[in-house]
Write a protein that binds this ligand. Structure first.
Ligand SMILES: [Ca+2]
Length: 217
């Protein structure tokens, strides 16, 4: 078993684990209807002035794809205008098993939703990641836990596992909303995204992430 296979097995084994109050919703615009407007039936389109717009982003583990954008593409409010526009998306390197990045909101805020958007005509469209949050207060807090370190052991709270994987058509545009129908997700300064490949049939399983929106309560 390769390291990548081991990681995926761990992911699928834990896919039903969602923090008690978090709910994950997602929508898929297939290739035939996906457009630069990123419009969805139920979930909101990306916005420019969300609470994450000025967040500081940092790579925690993994290797960005040299053909992709910097992490700042995730909060710039700009969207790809085409279904295969590497320079308008952040994604981990081809052939790698993903990685981790962190958002620092500057101060702890009550977060109502974390919404993530992606677009690619093939297997780099779907999303598969674990989301953690922290206020950074725990004396054991590690702001940059690399793969192999469970963030829960160093001051992070597990929020949800996000998977838009399904049988059949994979390409297209995806909107994900992590929210809590009963209130908010928690009061966090930091968010940690632990991102995984969507498939291992070839080197092209790392998601083209176009935008991350953080909606304050
Ligand atoms: Ca963007």
């Amino acid at each position: 078993m390769t390291f990548r296979e081991a990681i995926l097995i761990v992911m699928f084994a834990s896919i039903v684990l969602i923090a008690p109050d978090a709910q994950v919703s997602f929508e898929h615009n297939p290739n035939s209807t996906a457009s630069r407007s990123f419009k969805f039936n139920k979930l909101p389109a990306p916005v420019k002035d969300d609470a994450g717009a000025k967040a500081k982003l940092a790579l925690v583990d993994g290797e960005p794809d040299p053909n992709g954008a910097e992490l700042t593409a995730l909060t710039d409010g700009m969207l790809p205008t085409d279904e295969d526009e590497p320079a308008a998306n952040f994604f981990f390197n081809a052939g790698s098993s993903g990685g981790r990045f962190r958002m620092d909101l500057g101060q702890a805020i009550d977060i109502a939703q974390v919404n993530t958007y992606s677009w690619h005509p093939d297997t780099r469209g779907p999303q598969l990641y674990k989301l953690y949050g922290s206020d950074g207060v725990d004396p054991k807090f590690n702001a940059a836990p690399r793969r192999g370190v469970d963030p829960v052991t160093c001051g992070w709270q597990f929020i949800a596992t996000v998977s838009t994987l399904k049988d059949g058509e994979e390409g297209g545009q995806y909107a994900v909303s992590v929210n809590n129908p009963k209130g908010n997700l928690g009061k966090y300064r930091y968010l940690l995204f632990d991102c995984y490949v969507t498939e291992m049939n070839d080197d092209w399983g790392n998601t083209f992430y176009s935008e991350v929106d953080v909606v304050a309560q």
